[in-house]
Design a protein around this ligand. Structure first.
Ligand code: NAP
Length: 325
């Protein structure tokens, strides 16, 4: 089968198509003929050598895919050959076939094409687990997600809007802010020209928001604390502006704030299965009623993986960039 391999060259890493053997599903796994694979920022870091895959993961990049099940290990129940599914992967999505744990697999939601479904698992597993399991967003509370036009942001805005929350977000251009409002954000703040802390305070009568999902880090760590309401929670899932910061814990202690940081990839499948069950019960039905829609920015052929990564680096996208196998 064709798969993307990362070649380490003198001018830096290069992705190219290689012929490799179709993998065999092991215990508890299924084999998927891939329709599409989602591009994630973590893939860019992995190709650059900064985000090594866990020891058991394939070398081929790709943390999620959709497609048709073509083989099922005998221990797996509830998934059959011919089913259209999407799955969170430990790697291997940039290929014509990928092995997935049945515990991390969901059906393609009705109302969604199998192609668009390749961009759903990573964002919805991440958003659900951080916002609800870690930050415990409760009914009626306010929510802020940074990077509203990202894959993660477009999913978070839609889901919190659909669940009735008031949603604040930040994005880097007026066009992206407009797109975020169309997805359900109540307030989209252009972070290049506006101060999100001041705006959040102004719009909440000085109270602040209850939960923040942050992928920026750096100086945003302190600014997030200043934008939180008493008892507020912030979860960091990435640190695009750096991991090393000075925090004034008098603010954290005095206003009963909680800081958390999480990663999805390194968790055992048994933990991911719990998140999968929440998605199946509470999120996938929202696709059926069109309260949620996949936001696919562009789909490129597998052989253009390098160009797809370049698109993400340029960051003019809103939503997901996909590879069609
Ligand atoms: N910990 C985990 O388990 C986990 C799981 C999935 C994803 N992530 C992380 O979550 C982030 C989003 O992932 P993705 O795949 O959706 O990537 P993506 O689409 O490339 O998103 C990156 C986003 O960050 C925004 N951004 C950059 N600087 C910003 C700033 N100063 N203020 C506000 N927004 C800013 C960008 O907005 P502009 O283009 O407008 O600047 C862009 O929308 C990535 O950093 C990824 O590594 C973590």
């Amino acid at each position: 089968m064709a798969a993307i391999a990362v070649e380490r060259t003198a001018s830096g890493p290069k992705m190219q198509v290689k012929e490799i053997l179709v993998p065999n599903p092991g215990p508890g796994q299924i084999l998927i003929r891939v329709a599409t694979a989602g591009i994630n920022r973590a893939d860019l870091l992995q190709v650059q050598g900064h985000h090594p895959p866990p020891p058991s993961a394939p070398d081929t990049p790709g943390l999620e895919c959709s497609g048709t099940v073509v083989a099922v290990d005998q221990a797996v129940t509830g998934i059959r050959e011919g089913d259209q599914v999407c799955a969170l992967l430990s790697g291997g999505g940039y290929a014509q076939y990928a092995v997935a744990s049945a515990l991390c697999t969901l059906p393609v939601p009705s109302g969604v094409t199998v192609e668009d479904a390749g961009g759903l698992p990573e964002v919805y597993f991440t958003v659900w687990s951080n916002v609800f399991d870690t930050a415990h967003l409760r009914p009626g509370e306010t929510f802020l997600v940074h990077g509203g036009s990202s894959g993660i942001g477009t999913a978070a805005i839609q889901l919190m809007h659909a669940r009735g929350h008031r949603v604040f977000t930040t994005a880097g251009t007026t066009e992206k802010c407009t797109a975020c409002v169309r997805l359900g954000a109540t307030h989209a703040i252009n972070y290049r020209s506006e101060d999100f802390v001041a705006l959040v305070k102004e719009e909440t009568n000085g109270r602040g928001v209850d939960v923040i999902l942050d992928m920026v880090g750096g100086d945003y760590v302190m600014r997030n604390l200043n934008a939180l309401a008493r008892g507020g929670r912030v979860v960091n899932i990435a640190y695009q502006k750096g991991t090393k910061v000075e925090v004034d814990f008098r603010i954290v202690q005095g206003r009963l704030l909680t800081l958390a940081a999480t990663g999805l990839r390194g968790r055992p499948d048994s933990e991911k299965a719990v998140i999968r069950d929440h998605l199946a019960g509470e999120v996938w039905p929202l696709f059926e009623t069109a309260r949620l829609k996949p936001v696919t920015w562009r789909t490129l052929p597998l052989m253009q993986a390098e160009a797809a990564h370049q698109l993400m680096r340029e960051s003019s996208h809103t939503g997901k960039i996909l590879l069609a196998a």
